[in-house]
Design a protein around this ligand. Structure first.
Ligand SMILES: [Zn+2]
Length: 222
């Protein structure tokens, strides 16, 4: 399994870490990575919204997240709209971390789907444009519910835990949404176009034309 050093993994990115070092993200600033929000992780309550606001200030306009309505609504609050939903089988050589806890040997869960979201100013996302499955969200595989209190208004509410990926809630009383976990995924660059690669690719059948091969590719029409 390849896990590149942080310097390589976050080449062309600005790194932000919270004062406790329990949360942070990388936002691409150069080349094909510019504007992508990578490796957004949050392991403390009521930090995600402020960190996300900072990411937007620093230029985050594109991201890939796991298919879950709590995540889709969280990013929608910051102007992000889902452009495409894909499953793991549609991706050619994605980073190994993308399959999340499904990559663990003891996991009985298959890989979740992915949403590629793009920010557009001033245009709120409509409920009918959501591409995550909102139905039966409390009973989807790998979900547990715990009692929690809203971090904003104190209201007692159910907190949802989903796999090793995500926990969070949206308060019915005040609307506050908090999420913890792995909120966006690792960089997935286009394969390098060495002469050798081109030679190999020219001999390939086009049966894989519907596969995506980088995060940038997710935003192209197929
Ligand atoms: Zn509340």
């Amino acid at each position: 399994m390849n896990s590149p050093s942080a310097a390589v993994r976050h080449r062309g990115c600005q790194l932000i870490v919270s004062p406790t070092a329990r949360s942070g993200f990388a936002v691409g600033t150069e080349g094909a990575r510019k504007g992508w929000l990578y490796d957004f992780f949050v392991n403390e309550p009521q930090v995600a919204p402020d960190l996300m606001a900072l990411a937007v200030q620093l230029g985050a306009v594109r991201l890939v997240t796991y298919e879950h309505p709590l995540l889709e609504v969280f990013f929608a609050q910051f102007g992000f709209h889902t452009r495409v939903r894909v499953e793991l089988a549609q991706l050619r050589d994605p980073p190994s971390e993308w399959s999340g806890d499904a990559a663990r040997p003891d996991s009985e869960l298959s890989s979740p789907d992915f949403l590629c979201m793009v920010r557009s100013e001033g245009e709120p996302m409509r409920a009918e444009s959501m591409q995550s499955d909102g139905k039966d969200v409390m009973s989807r595989p790998g979900t547990e519910i715990q009692k929690e209190n809203c971090g904003a208004c104190g209201q007692a509410l159910p907190e949802l835990r989903w796999r090793a990926i995500l926990k969070g809630y949206q308060c019915q009383q005040c609307g506050y949404l908090d999420v913890n976990g792995l909120l966006t995924l690792a960089p997935w660059d286009a394969p390098s176009k060495s002469p050798l690669t081109r030679l190999f690719n020219s001999g390939q059948k086009r049966s894989d034309a519907n596969l995506f091969s980088s995060e940038t590719d997710l935003l192209m029409q197929h």
